[in-house]
Ligand binder design. Structure first.
Ligand code: SF4
Length: 143
């Protein structure tokens, strides 16, 4: 799925350039109203309020061989845009559910999303284990 800012660009060329920057793969040309238009359609209504559509597109994805200091500065600027975005939670959950491997989504970098996903997996494992222990205890009491 395209990043909200990509789905909002009016230029398929700009969208293709962003995708190439994001993935390192040159996407197939999309006709106007093609992939970019579809991503902004009714399947993704949370895009409508995306704050990033009004900001510098280069903030959200790293150019190739970006120095660390530049990356940190760029990511902080992107996060400031996300902080005032009305669809931050929807965007973040989308990026976690996919999961989206690149770029800042929902105020989180790709590395931060990996940490969140690892915590969720650990928490889910603990909940499953707790449920198993509880079920075993109930079975013993009932038996
Ligand atoms: S949370 Fe950030 S990346 Fe997501 S739509 Fe809003 S501004 Fe864009």
């Amino acid at each position: 799925m395209l990043h909200p800012i990509e789905s909002r660009t009016t230029s398929p060329v700009a969208a293709a350039q962003l995708l190439e920057r994001r993935t390192g793969v040159r996407p197939q040309p999309q006709p106007p109203g093609g992939q970019a238009g579809a991503a902004a359609g009714e399947d993704n209504p949370w895009h409508t309020g995306a704050a990033c559509r009004r900001d510098e597109v280069g903030l959200f994805f790293a150019p190739s061989k970006e120095p660390t200091a530049a990356r940190l500065s760029r990511e902080e600027q992107a996060k400031r845009v996300c902080a005032r975005c009305p669809v931050l939670l929807e965007c973040r959950e989308h990026a976690l559910a996919q999961p989206e491997p690149y770029g800042v989504w929902g105020g989180l970098t790709a590395a931060e999303r990996r940490v969140v996903l690892a915590r969720r997996r650990r928490r889910d494992g603990e909940l499953i284990e707790a449920a198993r222990v509880t079920a075993a205890a109930r079975a013993r009491i009932a038996g």
